[in-house]
Design a protein around this ligand. Structure first.
Ligand code: FES
Ligand SMILES: [Fe+2]
Length: 339
């Protein structure tokens, strides 16, 4: 069902402070806490004694103590102490998960811990790079994480779902080019010689006709980096010259909570007017508002799928090229992993 041997975003780093944090990921209850050095730890959120959630307990130095009868667990899941007795019973250890704090996110490996390699964390450096200003959020979504991935790989929805924010009437008229690079999927769209979308006009004061790009990269299972921007029409942006333009990265990482719900982590970064806090606030509102429009349609879509008759079959359109490629790759990776 879910790809397990890969990194998922579990939380923003600011969500994990002195107290523990409970979060369901891939159907498993997980408790996060920071050890005495501030490094994140993740354990199965279920005490081995009588199954109370450890997230109800308290963090003590490098350990977490169950709030029911006081068993103490270390970050490796080992039981350190049982109140009232000098030994710990066999079988009292619980599952621990590899976790890494990187690029302002807390990453978790839900599969075989022996395969957890930090180098496999997908590149989201824009979220923590002095050359960029980045802001973002986490949305809880009542829908299958794959619906949200599909949404991000087919931006023809922009002019309908985001008509007042990101959309212009021209988007769907311009074809996408879909490419595979190993297990990466790229979906590129260039919208030549058209008006800049309202958000870009506001962000960078661009008014004349522009050449505009949406360059999407998907990385299994659910990481999507979108290089978006525009430059004055005819100044060679498509050939790589962005001198008379503006670039933003709209980045997304989606972690399944259950089969029909997910945690949507996103951040939006720009490399111009870094000191302009009003612009940061404007972009936070504009992008957060736009992505919330996606959440709304996904939740409606999930409800509709749930109530569809058994013989309902979805049809595909040309814009689904990237969606179908990514879906096939993900299906293959999951079946390889479960084989
Ligand atoms: S349930 Fe955790 S100590 Fe009893
Ligand atoms: Fe969208």
């Amino acid at each position: 069902m879910f790809l397990k041997n890969c990194w998922y975003v579990a939380a923003w780093n600011h969500e994990l402070g002195d107290a523990s944090l409970a979060r369901t990921l891939l159907g498993e209850p997980v408790v996060f806490f920071r050890d005495a050095d501030g490094a994140p730890a993740a354990l199965e959120d279920r005490c081995s004694h009588r199954s109370a959630p450890l997230s109800n307990g308290t963090v003590e130095g490098d350990n977490i103590r169950c709030g029911y009868h006081g068993l103490l667990f270390g970050r490796d899941g080992g039981c350190r102490e049982v109140p009232g007795q000098s030994t710990v019973p066999p079988g009292s250890a619980i599952r621990s998960y590899p976790v890494i704090e990187k690029w302002r996110w807390i990453w978790i490996w839900m599969g075989d811990p022996a395969q957890a390699d930090e180098k496999l964390i997908p590149d989201f450096h824009w979220n923590d790079d002095p050359e960029w200003v980045s802001q973002g959020d986490r949305f809880h979504v009542g829908g299958d994480y794959r619906l949200l991935v599909d949404n991000l790989l087919d931006l023809s929805h922009v002019q309908y779902v985001h008509a007042s924010t990101l959309g212009t009437e021209a988007v769907s008229d311009f074809p996408v080019e879909t490419r595979r690079d190993g297990d990466l999927v790229h979906v590129d769209r260039w919208i030549m010689d058209g008006p800049p979308p309202p958000m870009f006009q506001k962000a960078a004061g661009i008014t004349g006709e522009v050449d505009r790009w949406q360059l999407i990269t998907w990385n299994a299972p659910s990481h999507v980096v979108i290089d978006v921007g525009c430059a004055a029409a005819g100044t060679g942006a498509r050939q790589g010259n962005r001198d008379q333009g503006m670039t933003m990265y709209s980045n997304h990482s989606i972690t399944p909570e259950t089969e029909k719900s997910c945690h949507y982590f996103w951040h939006h970064a720009r490399n111009f007017n870094l000191e302009d806090e009003d612009l940061t606030a404007f972009l936070r509102k504009a992008t957060g508002g736009a992505f919330f429009e996606d959440v709304d349609i996904i939740e409606r879509q999930q409800k509709s799928i749930d109530s569809a008759p058994d013989d309902f079959i979805m049809v595909d359109i040309n814009a689904d090229g990237g969606v179908l490629q990514a879906s096939r790759i993900l299906d293959r990776l999951i079946s390889e992993e479960t084989a």
